[in-house]
Each structure stands twice: as C-alpha cells, then as structure tokens.
Write a protein that binds this ligand. Sequence first.
Ligand SMILES: [Zn+2]
Length: 131
Amino acid sequence: MFAKLRQFMQGRYGSDQLNTALVITVLVLSIINMFAHSPVVFALEVAVMLWAVYRMLSRKIQTRLRENKAFLSGWNKVKQFFARIKNRIKDRKTHVYMKCPECKAQLRFKRVKGEHGVRCPKCGAQFNVKI
Ligand SMILES: [Zn+2]
C-alpha cells in the first residue's frame, strides 16, 4: 500500500508551504461555513481544495516551485509587517518611530526629550525631530 502510494507520487510535486496554506484556508472556510451555510463559501472551499490537490499531483515541478516562491515572498512581507508592529509595541517606552519627510522610510529614535538634528540613513536627508 505504502509502496504503491510512493510509486504513484513518483515525479509528482507533493506538498509545500503554499499547499499547507491552502489546506489551512480550506479548514478556516469550513469552520466559517459551519455557521454561514453559504453555497458560495462551500464552492470556494471545494475550489481551494481542488487547487491544493492539483498542485500536489502536478508533474510541472518548476512551475509549482515558482508559485511557492512567490507565495513565500508575499508571506514574508506579511510576517515582517507584524514583526514591526510587535517591535514597536515592545520598545514604545525607550524609542520613538517617525517617517522620513523625504523618502517616507520608517526611522527609530531613542526617546530622549528635546529637538534633535538627524540624517536619514536611507536617503541622506537632514531634518529636525522633536521628541
Ligand atoms: Zn529618508
């Protein structure tokens, strides 16, 4: 049985992070639909599940790898966004966050009262910051 499955999966893509995310999406949708009873949500559930199965059984490994890479790149942006929020909350008592008036880069300053002349490390613009 196990050998048969292994033989069936030979040359096929299998699972990756995107497939895991798709399965989690299906689980979340089915929990939502336990309360919503919506045929639209059910159709979406089936579509996402079929997409996950299609990706798993696909023989176009390079295409699936590219899809997963694109997914991971987007997912990392989401993770970085929440990591920045977490850091801001963590050092809210010791640091102040402001945007550069020129390039809009997020800058972090030590919380020292007074007006300070600063230079943006990204674009080199000089400006005053009042804390
Ligand atoms: Zn700047």
